[in-house]
Design a protein around this ligand. Structure first.
Ligand code: CP
Ligand code: NVA
Length: 307
C-alpha cells in the first residue's frame, strides 16, 4: 500500500505501469467487464473543494472495481469547526481502507496519510494534481502512440496542473515547455526536481515567456484555468496578466497542424481558451475527460496494492 501525494512519489516504471494499467482498465470498463480488484475496500473521498470530474471518476471507479465509496465534504465534517486534520485522520483510518483527498494544502494530505495509516491519493491540492496527469498521459499516448520524445507546451498559469505535468513529463521522457507571464512560474522546487529527473530520462524541461516559442514544435498544447480554486480574489489581476496567453485560432497558427489541444477542465471559454479551439478538430479534451475515470481506477488499485 502506497500513497500518491505527488507525481514524484512514483518511479518512472511505476508511472509507466499506471498509464498502461489505465489503458487496460479502459478496455475492461468500457466492455462493462472490470475486475473486482477493490472488493471489500471502503474508499473515503474527502473534498475541501468542488469537483465534477475527479469526484465522480473516483466514486465510479471504486464502485466498478467492486469497492464502496464514502463521500466526505470537508464543510460537513467537524474539520469545518476546527477539529484538527490529525484527529480526523486517526478516526477515518479506523473506518476506511483508502482516502482520496482534494485539499488546499499539500501538508493536509501528508497529515492524512501519516495519522490515518491508510494510503492516500492526491485528488488535487494547491501544489499538485497527480491523477490528472496520470490520465492525461494515457490520452497523449493514445493520440500520439508514445510519450518519450514528444513535446507538450503548457500555456498559462504555473499552477498545480503544470507542476504535476512537469514531473510527469520528466519521468516519461516527454519534453514540457511552460509558457507563462513573469511571476506565474511553476513551483520552483518542483521545477528543479523535474529538471533533475529529466537529466536521467532525456526530457527537456523549461519555462519560456513567449507562448509562440513554446508552441513551435509542440505535439500537445495544454492549458488550464488562469484562476484556480481558492484564488478568486486575484481574478482581475490574473486575467490582465495572462492576456496574450489565450489558446485561440491565431495562437494555434504557431503550432504544428498535427498538435492536439488538451485542457484538464473546467474551461472558461473566452479566457484561457476560445470556444472554436476547444470545440475544434485539434481538441482531445472530451477524450481526456473520459480518461480521468481510468486514471482514477488505476490509481486506486495502486494505492490499495490491489493489482
Ligand atoms: N480536471 C478536474 O480535476 O476537474 P474537476 O475539478 O471537475 O474534478
Ligand atoms: N488549476 C485548477 C485545476 C482544476 C481542476 C484549480 O486548482 O482550480
Amino acid at each position: 500500500m502506497r500513497s500518491i501525494l505527488s507525481v514524484s512519489d512514483l518511479s518512472a516504471s511505476e508511472l509507466d505501469s499506471l498509464v498502461k494499467r489505465s489503458a487496460v482498465l479502459k478496455k475492461q470498463m468500457r466492455a462493462r467487464k472490470p475486475p473486482s480488484t477493490l472488493a471489500g475496500k471502503v474508499v473515503g473521498l474527502l473534498f475541501e473543494k468542488p469537483s465534477t470530474r475527479t469526484r465522480t471518476s473516483f466514486e465510479v471507479a471504486t464502485i466498478r472495481l467492486g469497492g464502496d465509496p464514502v463521500y466526505l465534504s470537508a464543510g460537513e465534517l467537524q474539520l469545518s469547526r476546527g477539529e484538527p486534520v490529525r484527529d480526523t485522520a486517526r478516526i477515518l483510518g479506523g473506518y476506511l481502507d483508502a482516502i482520496v483527498g482534494r485539499v488546499y494544502s499539500q501538508e493536509t494530505l501528508s497529515e492524512l496519510a501519516r495519522y490515518s495509516g491508510r494510503p492516500v491519493v492526491n485528488a488535487l491540492s494547491d501544489t499538485e494534481h497527480p491523477t490528472q496527469i496520470i490520465s492525461d498521459l494515457l490520452t497523449i499516448s493514445e493520440v500520439k502512440g508514445k510519450l518519450k520524445g514528444l513535446t507538450t507546451a503548457y500555456i498559462g498559469d504555473g499552477n498545480n496542473v503544470s507542476n504535476s505535468l512537469l514531473l510527469g513529463g520528466a519521468l516519461t521522457g516527454m519534453n514540457v515547455l511552460v509558457a507563462c507571464p513573469e511571476g506565474y512560474e511553476p513551483d520552483s522546487k518542483i521545477y528543479k526536481a523535474a529538471r533533475s529527473i529529466a537529466r536521467k530520462t532525456g526530457a527537456d524541461i523549461a519555462t519560456v515567456r513567449d507562448p509562440k516559442e513554446a508552441l513551435a514544435n509542440a505535439d500537445v498544447v495544454y492549458t488550464d484555468v488562469w484562476v484556480s480554486m481558492g484564488e478568486e480574489s486575484e481574478k482581475e489581476k490574473k486575467t490582465r496578466a495572462f492576456k496574450g496567453y489565450q489558446i485561440n485560432a491565431a495562437l494555434m497558427k504557431s503550432a504544428p497542424k498535427s498538435a492536439v489541444v488538451m485542457h484538464c477542465l473546467p474551461a472558461h471559454r473566452g479566457l484561457e481558451i476560445t470556444d472554436d479551439v476547444i470545440e475544434g478538430k485539434q481538441s482531445v479534451v472530451w477524450q481526456e475527460g473520459e480518461n480521468k475515470l481510468y486514471g482514477a481506477a488505476a490509481s486506486l488499485e495502486f494505492i490499495c496494492g490491489a493489482h
